[in-house]
Design a protein around this ligand. Sequence first.
Ligand SMILES: [Zn+2]
Length: 614
Amino acid sequence: MRTSNWILTAALLVSISAAAQQATDSQAPTQSPATGAAQTAQPSQQAAPAPDQQQPSPVASQPAQAAVPQAPAATVPPPPTIAAPTTMDQVVNLFIEREHGLIKVLSNRTPVVETYLQNLTADPQLGPVPSEDHYFLGRLDMGENIDRKDYLKEEEKSMQQRLLGGFQKLYKVQYQPMGFSWMVYADRTDFDREHYDFRYVRREFLGDVRCLVFDVTPKPKSGRGRFLGRLWVEDQGFNIVRLNGTYYPAPRNSYFFHMDSWRLNLIPGYWVPSFIYSEEGDFSAGVKSKVAFKAQTRIWGYDLKKGGKDDELTNIRVDSVQDSSATAQDASPLQAERVWQQQAEDNVVERLTSAGLLAPEGDVDHILQTVVNNLEVTNNIDLPRPVRTRVLLTAPLETFSVGNTIVISRGLVDVLPDEASLAAVLSHELAHIVLGHNLGSKYAFNDRMLFSDDATYQNLGFKHINEEETAADKKAVEFLKNSPYAQKLDNVGLFLKALQQRAGSLNALLTTHLGNPLAEGGQVNRLSALSTQGPALDNSKLDQIAALPLGGRVKVNPWDDKAEMVKTAPVAITSARDKMPFEVTPFFPRLSRYGGNMPTAVPTTAANTPNTGN
Ligand SMILES: [Zn+2]
């Protein structure tokens, strides 16, 4: 079966020899330590996708069985062994107990929480499309009272009513960032039989995991903001794996969102809150919808050190002190400059990783490095140090480079339609490196790494001046025209057109926090020489996929932050509304158990009796 998944293509092509290099046949390819194989790969031959290919299903992430976090048992106490329940009443008691166990186990964790929201407006052809967007990023303190610290200071005003789990209707709608992560638990304080009725509904598989489904309703007079909805409970440890519903009743002048909250079995015995999808709005005829939006909340970095301060102080490097043997030579001024830059680069990469913003080196980097390698080989680029790549874990579309490390955001990898477009955005950063536009050297001073995680964006920045941006774009186009992607630049042009079409309504997605933006003031400025390349953008053409929805490429393990490529089967696009460029979609992760155990038996005779809770 043909697939235009460029990730797969890139991975396969690492080992294919460069049969059709243009104008580079006589050049000796540079060995890339990153990939170990310096052959030039051809970009995907199927880069113009047919409607039955390309579009990944809008599935978020599935737990990575291979990406088992290291020694979680050392930090997380094992769950108690339980006797198999024989009635649904016992099952209810068990999952209530397990929920309290989870709250306790996670109470010293401060994961990163990101919410990306798109307000919607009705488009006659495309259905609900984004009209504007909002972005929130912070750390979630899962202790006594769930609270959050924001990485983005400009959002502070809307944090006033922290404890309100939704949005507030004052003069205009004010979104409460906290509200989107409200459904990490059903009820932080009073999840018990005194406050809730539980009714068994049925059994159902979520992915590989057999679940018991319960409807949950707050008892009369149990107070405001109680969970109302449905729970899925896995049938081995009786942990809640999914919550779907809202809170009720809402305080005056405010609302609670509808939420669909998913957990993953990333550590033995516990299912940790990972994805929350929220959606409001009604586009049926006659509805005067005031609020319409969809939002994805992702939680990761559970295994990050709290605050990260202790870690920073041990990072000061003294290894070169012992290097003074008789044969050792002093560094030349140029060597000293390079070592200095590498020190800065290493500092920044370590600091961003410890702040939960950068994935550890992994699978996705191999794909990215293959593409960078293709550009280097065909342009005869020979750098004193290899170019490394890393994935920024956040959604906003951005790239930047520090020293010889190119960083690209998860959101940007997600929306790029093909390998040539990926090469285009990477070539801009490669150009900065080749042109010596290195901004990072001040970070070789370790005192500059000593800041709290939530102040990362105030302390680090890699924005170039306009002249360097223009020079990098010019160089990048040169690289691309020499590269195996030269014949695919129409796709890059299409991507830039799609980005331009949505740029006015996706300000938050296009606001970068560390690097230069791809667009400013609704105008795409990156690689503008390619923006007229290729056919006109035509939404009605089902085989023209200019940009993908968010969430279709990269999945992140919320426990250890490892990033890997999503494996999804192609889903046929049947209408223009299926394209959803740059849009958020619901989550539907394929659940599986830690270590991949097979499901076992559940209560049998009582299982079909809806006798609980009443
Ligand atoms: Zn740049």
